[in-house]
Design a protein around this ligand. Structure first.
Ligand SMILES: C[S@@+](CC[C@H](N)C(=O)[O-])C[C@H]1O[C@@H](n2cnc3c(N)ncnc32)[C@H](O)[C@@H]1O
Length: 256
């Protein structure tokens, strides 16, 4: 909040989102936010406790928004960042997707990738084990992480974008993806050594603000390809690129 009493625009949007989202029943009070900005230390500490209590009181919580609010990160800012990332991802995916395809996005997380693909007239269904959507108009189908609620071969393509290393059992996930779709398009952070694995995991935790209970099931390129082979998945295409100096991305197009 500025000294003349005007609330910063981004913060206003974040507060409005927090108040109006259909996912929330508990509402952080306006004073809670104001005290963060202009209060003395005691008021700030009390405001912090109030905010945490409000967050704890939210029912049907959207896990992603819960994390954003707990770190006091404005939703609008993160949404724009994730949309820009999703646009880049969609460019890499577009050679492999067609408007006739029925696409399943497994581990849709913020749902910004499905949002961008839908804007390109692609038919996408987001699926996740928790609702992390930051896109008001899109809610993923939620399942138990075991059996996907779909028929065999219901989809033309399954997207598994940076999900396998977040899964405790990537093999099981791939078996289910193979059951419900004809092709699978994977993006993974591959590793080249144990040390590189630790660095990749640390950066991944930082970028996702997830520091506990993460499986970090990252594998080397040849380990993924052996697993695909074992599962009867044929690699039709693969691409590699570096993201910064540490992260190495691999894209695999698989067919059964
Ligand atoms: C890093 S995020 C994926 C990001 C998203 N695909 C994207 O590129 O924007 C990992 C996601 O995988 C989901 N996930 C983990 N295990 C899963 C499983 N067995 N089935 C489906 N989603 C899973 C998590 O809930 C989380 O939303």
């Amino acid at each position: 909040m500025t000294l003349d009493g005007r609330v910063d625009r981004r913060k206003r949007i974040a507060m409005k989102d927090g108040w109006q989202s259909k996912n929330y029943v508990g509402k952080p009070s306006f004073l809670t936010f104001v005290k963060f900005e202009i209060g003395n230390n005691t008021q700030r500490r009390q405001a912090g406790r109030n905010l945490m209590r409000s967050i704890a009181a939210m029912k049907n919580t959207n896990k992603f928004l819960e994390v954003l609010y707990s770190y006091r990160i404005p939703k609008y800012f993160v949404y724009q960042l994730l949309r820009s990332r999703a646009k880049d991802l969609a460019k890499s995916l577009s050679p492999y997707l067609s408007k006739d395809d029925l696409i399943l996005d497994i581990g849709s997380d913020s749902c910004t990738v499905p949002e961008i693909l839908m804007e390109q007239d692609l038919k996408v269904l987001p699926l996740d084990i928790q609702n992390y959507s930051i896109v008001d108009a899109i809610s993923p189908t939620i399942y138990d992480g075991s059996r996907m609620p779909f028929k065999d071969n219901q989809f033309d393509v399954s997207l598994i974008l940076f999900v396998l290393h977040h899964s405790y059992d990537p093999t099981k996930l791939l078996v289910e993806a193979k059951r419900v779709s004809r092709k699978i398009l994977i993006f993974e952070d591959i590793i080249t050594s144990s040390a590189h694995g630790y660095l990749t995991a640390a950066l991944d935790s930082l970028m996702n603000l997830e520091f506990f209970n993460q499986p970090h099931s990252n594998k080397r390129d040849n380990e993924w390809q052996t697993l695909f082979d074992d599962l009867g998945l044929k690699v039709l295409n693969r691409e590699y690129n570096n993201y910064g100096v540490v992260i190495k991305h691999a894209l695999y197009l698989l067919e059964k």
